[in-house]
Design a protein. Structure first.
Length: 391
């Protein structure tokens, strides 16, 4: 059984965890350090979990009293799932329930993103509020605050998460309405401007020479890997050694924007990068592990910051701009548009044509990716690399 001292001193971990007390009572501690009392029980061969309130508002003694009342009611045939008082009272409690139920089949990277947005934006503003007291105006002010930081798209994601939590609460019988439904059209329209990129051969040459001269091996490899593969930045930084086989990089569907597995033929230059990285990060899960956060992949800001370090501004080039560079140059050199689009994982709307493209274009894509790497190297033929590496 738990003690008051154990409950008080329980610290957050990388993942939400439970501490067992007795007779189905648990203390749930989330990644932000918030603590909730949970009663677990079985009914009709199914496990159920009830929130008994947050600690320290509900003490260990009070949680045990609530547990005993509910267990007594169960022996009399009364289902605790029908008791209104057992629904989460605070928004943070509902968010925690939603995470535990809805995130079970999601990828690790997706869950990390959701938790980051909850902990950075949503819970500081709404977490301590009673679920039923939050208005559309409260949520709009939160989203406006995010917009004011220049992150318009994140503001929309924040509104979406809050709406998902409320719709989950409606389905569970805790709420009758979703306050985000009144916010349609209230946020700034999406800015669809193109990612900054370089298309002039002389400018690309300067970029390649600068990247090849970058002094830190892993980050140099990350930049060159990004430009040679033309993969999305998130796919690059989360690349795992297990995804590479023979001449090909197989990106799982769960990591792809359109949730379909993607195949990237590896040029000789990309294979050379892997050989340079193998003795450095080969024992790690990630090709590009975080140097500061053990067990995690490289930060989303890694390549972006490196580009700024070598003298390129965000108005000149971004990590995502490598894809636009690849597309523009390849099209200008007469490569088949459909081959280029398929290599960029831009999904064909017609399912029959999509299946045909996947099979028909692979030989062309192999040639395209080797041509692209050779083209880039040809521009940077004068690059000096004091490390002695092959790039």
């Amino acid at each position: 059984m738990l003690t008051d001292a154990q409950v008080k001193s329980a610290k957050p971990r990388e993942k939400t965890y439970m501490m067992r007390d007795d007779r189905g009572l648990y203390l749930r501690v989330d990644t932000a350090g918030r603590k909730y009392w949970i009663l677990r029980y079985w009914e009709n061969k199914k496990e159920h979990q009830l929130s008994l309130g947050a600690y320290p508002d509900i003490s260990l003694k009070d949680a045990r009293l609530s547990r005993d009342e509910i267990q007594t009611a169960r022996t009399k045939g009364q289902s605790p799932t029908l008791k209104k008082a057992e629904a989460p009272q605070l928004f943070s409690e509902a968010a925690d329930e939603w995470l535990n139920v809805r995130m079970k089949d999601k990828t690790e990277s997706y869950i990390r993103t959701i938790r980051f947005r909850l902990n950075k934006y949503i819970l500081p503003a709404l977490g301590a509020w009673p679920l039923k007291d939050i208005t559309s105006g409260n949520i709009l002010r939160l989203c406006r605050d995010v917009e004011d930081t220049g992150h318009d798209e994140t503001a929309k994601r924040v509104k979406t998460i809050v709406g998902q939590i409320y719709r989950f609460a409606i389905a569970a019988g805790w709420m009758d309405s979703d306050p985000t439904s009144a916010l349609l059209g209230t946020l700034r329209p999406r800015n669809n401007k193109n990612y900054a990129t370089l298309t002039n051969p002389s400018e690309i040459a300067i970029l390649m020479r600068a990247m090849k001269s970058y002094p830190y091996t892993v980050m140099r490899c990350a930049m060159l890997f990004s430009v040679y593969t033309a993969a999305r930045p998130g796919e690059v930084r989360a690349a795992e050694w297990s995804e590479f086989s023979g001449e090909t990089w197989y990106i799982p569907a769960g990591k792809m924007k359109m949730k379909r597995r993607h195949v990237v033929p590896m040029s000789s230059q990309v294979k050379a990068i892997l050989e340079v990285l193998r003795p450095i990060t080969g024992n790690n899960r990630w090709l590009f592990p975080s140097p500061r956060n053990n067990g995690h992949c490289m930060s989303e800001n890694g390549v972006r910051v490196a580009l700024r370090t070598i003298g390129f501004t965000k108005e000149q080039i971004t990590p995502h701009g490598f894809r636009a560079m690849f597309s523009t140059v390849a099209n200008e050199h007469g490569w088949n548009y459909d081959v280029i689009e398929r290599q960029l994982a831009h999904v064909e709307a017609n399912s029959v044509r999509r299946a045909y493209n996947h099979a028909e274009y692979m030989p062309e894509r192999v040639k395209l990716m080797q041509w692209w790497a050779d083209y880039l190297d040809g521009l940077s033929v004068d690059a000096k690399d004091e490390s002695g590496l092959p790039f």
